[in-house]
Design a protein around this ligand. Sequence first.
Ligand code: AMP
Ligand code: MG
Length: 318
Amino acid sequence: MRALCTQTLAATPEGIAQAARLLSAGALVALPTETVYGLAGDARNPDAVAGIFAAKGRPQHNPLIVHLADLDQALALAEIPAQGLALARAFWPGPLTLVAPLRAGHGLAPAVTAGLDSVALRLPAHPAARALLNAFGGPIAAPSANPSGRISPTTAAHVLAGLDGRIAAVLDGGACAVGLESSIVGFDGVTALLLREGGISRDALEAVLGARLGRDGSGKITAPGQLAAHYAPRAALRLDARAPEPQEVWIGFGPDCKGAELSLSLTGDLEEAAARLFAVLHAADAKGRAIAVAPVPERGLGTAINDRLRRAAAPKGA
Ligand code: AMP
Ligand code: MG
């Protein structure tokens, strides 16, 4: 499917106005966010939403995150519990997604939520995303702007490498600052559950809640899209590699990985490693050799980085 001539739009007032016009006409536009680039469509338009699933080759049971300009728009769509509001006040706009029960009359296309009675909501912080959301004035459904299962895009060039010809435009807002997808929090009654590790550490979320987060699976809520094999490079990927095998591209972390061809962070900084993770995986994959990644510590953003690396290493088709 390569029917369209994908335009690259600058993140200027003109580029943002054009992106908003395209969305209003039901077309798909990749937009920069602080986490990764999103593949945006009008969340109320069933054809646009169907187009998102088709362009990505995404399974229909994997619901989309709805992006909004402000808290009032979020409250119009879902009943966000008190703990969710506390998290929203602390982290929105930012890399936090809340899953909450849908309100009657929400107006979203049913495929957005994969037919569930809950919806995933986020207010992104990237200035170009915020400007586009304000110009468009409605809810935008946006999964990551990559073919399903492949490495997430953190630059406009990554988007074009995967989706050129399948979408109307990409709004170029530079490299994504956080680089990992949002943390997803859902609620089982009064218990907040961490459904996906992401750009805000568990510690930071728990500090705001004043309580421990439950894990996905501890209650009845599950995040249906948490597939074992995801974020996958074409090449095989080996974890916890303290040294490379012959021919492997070794991705280092920290100052001890002397001679690594690529590094997530030479100084061992986890925020830098998160921001660089997908770009480094894209660069390693372009070399066409097997990939080995040095150990990354299980603290702070390291747990989300390791979650993505484990899925990238999982046997394909799992
Ligand atoms: P992404 O794949 O990064 O677009 O993130 C979307 C993910 O959010 C999905 O894969 C689900 O895991 C999760 N999600 C979205 N909507 C819901 C929902 N209503 N209930 C539970 N999880 C959801
Ligand atoms: Mg994705």
